[in-house]
Design a protein around this ligand. Sequence first.
Ligand code: GAR
Length: 204
Amino acid sequence: MKTNIAVLISGSGTNLQSIIDKTASGYLPANIRCVISDREDAYGLERARKHHVPAYFIDPKKYETRPAHEEALMAVLQEHDVELVVLAGYMRILTKHIIDRYRNRIMNIHPALLPSFPGTDGYGDAWRRGVKVGGCTVHFVNEGCDTGPIIMQEVNFIKPDDTFESFKARGLEIEHRVLPEAIKLYCEKRLVVEGCAVKILSGR
Ligand code: GAR
């Protein structure tokens, strides 16, 4: 049985593309039921439409409060019978309102090795700090900023001749592998949340 997922984006949607490609190839046992953006000009909306996935722009400015915006978002999730919500470059912090309803069913990819460098510029913050090891983290979303239970991490070693651009490009390639892998584990019901940790059950 395939898992119904929604992908939330704010921008280019290269992570969304990797999820689209890996569902199309059969690697991911998931149906992408809808893509939702908080920005009208997000290129990821185009990517979704190209693959005949329903794509929605839900404008936060049209709502007086964040929970009201999330209510509109949840109406779309319900309409599409979504079980797992994947934040793939969605640049808004969610409130308890939606998190309570989708507890341990909202997954986010962050471009740094959490708990280091949370926030909106993981690559920039890590690079400017001069780290020797960067990476990315997939975690379930809780009420904090990038503080939820960690599902997977992968490292991105800094090379002597790296520029910020080459560091970030390699980092994105890693993201495109790790996020689908974490989604796959969810679909296979192999993720068990234990406090702030996530245990991965072995496959059959
Ligand atoms: C990715 O690097 C993702 O990790 C990051 O935004 C980028 C989206 O790229 N997310 C965050 O920083 C969340 N705090 P994409 O639109 O090409 O997938």
